[in-house]
Design a protein around this ligand. Structure first.
Ligand code: 3HC
Length: 334
């Protein structure tokens, strides 16, 4: 099970006053980063490092939670008991990933309520990819194959992130993402061996998801405002463009095995670079989606807020139970 270190600072208590001089604290931190050692919650860290981690980890958590929706909509319509059970398990895994990641973000001193409030009021970002609709059953397979495939490409390097709780959470998440990717690919393999209509359905889904998946890796390196600092701090290990290229190179042979065409006339092997060339990504569309104007942004956010409000009774019951337990302990101790 994913755990945090047990001697964490109490985030409700006033922050301890550091005994060493600020320069000494900074140089100890820099030494650890240079030596590729982990920074733990109880260690001193620069405020900008803390803010960057809260930003990235919470965006990641929000993406996992919002990411339950596009596939969750297919649980009741999955074509067999087997597919329903697999999809149910996968969507539950995504919920679990969100919870590990909120826990990791909380170790940095930001409360779960603050993180959720930022999501629900539209202040926090989450991955652009989850603002696209799942129109067909084949979309569910394509999300597994391509979206989870892209997520693994991006997230395996984060297992080596300099912040201990994030790195440890990512190890388990990546193992589960690997199952997600395989189940998607296997579902598509079965559909591609079916009727012409089923094959056309898979191709249609691939056509719609390919470009948003490439954009999911984030803006080109030259326009990636956070990359240089994220790399320096060992939070980010591989750049947006390099991960995108690795993903294209890994996916082209998989598409050939499946028998689908990737919708890019410029996609071809470059002998000199020993990598694939690919066409231009529509960054205008990407930024529109990130800034709330994608096909499903409003629906995703309102469903999320409704789910949170509908769950208020669970939080109230848990709170009442905790208070009752506390009162009993106090009475026994008296
Ligand atoms: N969707 C929405 N916003 C995005 C984005 C995307 N696909 N890609 C980049 N952005 C945002 C960044 O968050 C940043 O905004 P901010 O400064 O306001 O926070 C801005 O665009 C500029 O991008 P940068 O490249 O400078 O940002 P980063 O250095 O943080 O890199 C990232 C972006 C590669 C997404 C990085 O944050 C990261 O690796 N995050 C962890 C992984 C993650 O969050 N993945 C999301 C998908 S989770 C998932 O797919 C679930 C799975 O179950 C399928």
């Amino acid at each position: 099970m994913y755990t945090q270190s047990m001697d964490m600072a109490d985030t409700t208590a006033p922050a301890p006053v550091p005994t060493a001089a600020p320069e000494a604290l900074q140089s100890r931190f820099d030494e650890k980063i240079d030596a590729d050692q982990k920074i733990e919650p109880q260690n001193w860290m620069p405020e900008a490092y803390r803010r960057t981690l809260v930003r990235q980890i919470s965006q990641h958590a929000h993406s996992e939670i919002i990411g339950m929706q596009p596939e969750g909509q297919w649980i009741s319509r999955a074509p067999s008991l087997k597919r329903k059970a697999i999809l149910l398990a996968k969507v539950q895994d995504e919920g679990g990933h969100g919870l590990y990641l909120y826990s990791a973000a909380e170790t940095l001193g930001t409360s779960r309520d603050q993180l959720l409030d930022a999501l629900h009021t539209g202040k926090a970002k989450y991955s652009s990819i989850f603002n696209y609709p799942t129109l067909l059953w084949a979309d569910v397979g394509v999300i597994g194959w391509l979206v989870d495939g892209a997520a693994i490409m991006n997230q395996v390097p984060i297992c080596r992130c300099s912040y201990g709780p994030y790195a440890r959470a990512m190890i388990r998440i990546c193992k589960e993402e690997s199952f997600h990717q395989r189940q998607g690919f296997e579902s598509l393999m079965v559909q591609m061996q079916g009727t012409p209509e089923q094959r056309a359905m898979v191709q249609d889904a691939v056509n719609r998801w390919w470009w948003p998946v490439l954009a999911m890796f984030g803006p080109p390196d030259a326009e990636s405002s956070n990359s240089a600092q994220g790399m320096r701090w060992g939070i980010k290990r591989i750049s947006n463009d390099d991960l995108r290229q690795n993903f294209v190179d890994a996916t082209v042979p998989q598409a050939a095995i499946l028998g689908v065409t990737l919708p890019d006339p410029d996609l071809k092997w470059n002998e000199e670079r020993q990598q694939h060339d690919y066409g231009a990504i529509d960054w205008t569309e990407f930024w529109e989606v990130v800034n709330g104007k994608g096909p499903c942004n409003k629906e995703r956010l309102s469903s999320r807020v409704k789910a949170h409000e509908d769950g208020q009774w669970v939080r109230d019951a848990a709170q009442a139970y905790a208070e009752k337990q506390q009162a009993r302990l106090l009475k026994e101790a008296a």
